[in-house]
Ligand binder design. Structure first.
Ligand SMILES: *Cc1c(COP(=O)(O)O)cnc(C)c1O
Length: 480
């Protein structure tokens, strides 16, 4: 046995060679997206060789394995950064973000405890401060990066619950619209809030919320939070933030804004206008892996009161025997981010955002977000000129919903299916005012107005040919 047995490593030259191979593959992928299909289907049967692969006891050739991943695994997927991807919230990641992730995993630092990862912790703190500033929160606002919007919402809601209800959440009630993202409702469930504590309203009209709050107080319950959406994922709709902020001040409620998709628009002048009131929130969630063009995963929670996360999450709250952690206590002026959220060890996920914000400059991000807003306005303007199409929601925060005028819900679904089968565009359906609509999310800056004109033409073409078909397929639209 060689004296390197039991070491998991490669000779330095081989590492460099493999690294170059991987970077080349990534650059080819990013620059060749347009030439690829937007999505490659794969059944479980087609992935049998991956699924049924036995435990690999013996070594393989890493170069061949990288090839295998890029040939057999990674392409069998939806390409969320493809300009033809208008479904979900597309994610056009940027190369500096990719390099930030590579550095974070290569150096394998963890920003959770200051004495363990001071440099990376400083990058997390400053990057969160930049986001707070960009969204209009005070300079001393607090913030934490999370794997995504789900955990960012969970973190905010846990902090708000503790701040407003103390250790016993019995009778606590929060108010949100029925358009709230399911991930947020699941976060409420994980936090132990029962269904009757999450008051879902058909619309967040401040008068209606006020009535509910007062009725609940009279019934002996403890209203504590209003959860507003700054861009629902379905239609990009924005709850009336200034009026809800006023209500929250009056009724002493916590205002939480889920801006996982939409808050990034506040970097632009147009976005700031429609998101007026966002800066009055007690907490905001923004998902940099959506409209700030970062690779997965990175979400962020921002809080107005910088102490609130610490009070909710510090390990000193729990009677844990953790003497081994004594050496990682921070000094007075330092911060242990693992005391500000659910996770202990974290990857240095802010590095990618720091590197791309500084490398491209925030002005480039403002312009990229503006492009997404332009695209949605362009689609809406085109629809106004096409008699066969009706605009039914938006444009709002880069999302537009439309219907083919002559068609039933089944026809809209059939149009969606036909567009998606083409292979170069992927759109979604959603429900607007009880009827099925086609939904386009136009935030990928690599899109062009000509691409969007092509999509609308394809929708009209599909509508005409399906309209003539008597038997329309009434299955719901799915991706498989
Ligand atoms: C995407 C999204 C979420 C969930 O965030 P993840 O990053 O997917 O965990 C929550 N709320 C809204 C409005 C979203 O768009």
């Amino acid at each position: 046995m060689s004296d390197r047995a039991g070491w998991i490593d490669l000779p330095p030259d081989r590492m460099r060679e493999l690294g170059h191979q991987v970077i080349d593959l990534v650059v080819d992928h990013l620059t060749g997206l347009r030439g690829q299909p937007v999505r490659t289907l794969a059944s479980a049967d087609e992935l049998r060789h991956v699924l049924d692969d036995p435990v690999p006891e013996q070594p393989g050739d890493p170069g061949a394995l990288v090839e295998f991943l890029t040939r057999e695994v990674l392409p069998r997927s939806l390409r969320l950064g493809h300009p033809g991807c208008l479904a979900f919230i597309p994610s056009a990641n940027n190369f500096l973000g990719v390099l930030g992730d590579l550095l974070a995993s290569g150096f394998n630092v963890s920003p959770g405890a200051w004495p363990v990862g001071a440099g990376p912790a400083a990058v997390e703190l400053v990057t969160a401060r930049w986001l707070a500033t960009l969204l209009g929160l005070p300079q001393d606002a607090g913030g934490l990066f999370t794997p995504g919007g789900t955990l960012a919402n969970l973190t905010a809601l846990a902090a708000a619950r503790d701040d407003r209800l103390g250790s016993d959440a019995t009778g606590g009630v929060l108010y949100c619209s029925d358009q709230t993202h399911p991930a947020v409702l699941r976060a409420c469930h994980v936090l132990g809030l029962r269904q009757e504590q999450v008051r879902m309203l058909p619309a967040m009209s401040p008068d209606v919320v006020r009535q509910e709050v007062r009725a609940d107080r009279r019934a002996g319950l403890r209203p504590f939070l209003v959860l507003a959406n700054a861009g629902t994922t379905g239609t990009g709709a924005i709850d009336p933030l200034p009026a809800l902020a006023a209500l929250c001040r009056e009724e002493q409620l916590w205002l939480h804004v889920d801006g996982a998709h939409g808050a990034a628009a506040a970097l632009t002048e147009r976005g700031r206008k429609v998101l007026r009131g966002l800066d009055e929130a007690d907490s905001i969630v923004i998902d940099p892996h959506k409209w700030l063009f970062q690779p997965y995963e990175i979400g962020c929670v921002l809080v107005r009161d910088p102490g609130v996360l610490h009070r909710a999450f510090t390990i000193d709250r729990f009677r844990a025997h953790a003497g081994y952690l004594a050496i990682s206590r921070p000094a007075e002026t330092e911060t242990n981010l693992s005391d500000h959220g659910v996770q202990f060890t974290t990857e240095a996920r802010a590095l990618k955002l720091w590197l791309s914000l500084k490398g491209f400059g925030v002005a480039a991000f403002r312009a990229a977000i503006d492009r997404g807003l332009d695209h949605a306005e362009h689609v809406a303007a085109q629809i106004a000129d096409i008699p066969e199409l009706d605009l039914v929601a938006g444009p709002s925060l880069g999302i537009v919903c439309l219907r083919y005028r002559q068609g039933t819900d089944d026809v809209q679904a059939a149009i969606c299916r036909e567009i998606n089968e083409s292979g170069d565009t992927l759109i979604a359906t959603t429900t607007v005012d009880g009827a099925l609509a086609l939904r386009l999310c136009t935030i990928n800056p690599r899109l062009t107005p000509a691409d969007l004109d092509g999509v609308l033409a394809a929708i009209v073409h599909a509508g005409r040919s399906i309209g003539r078909d008597s038997a329309v397929d009434s299955r719901p639209v799915t991706l498989s």
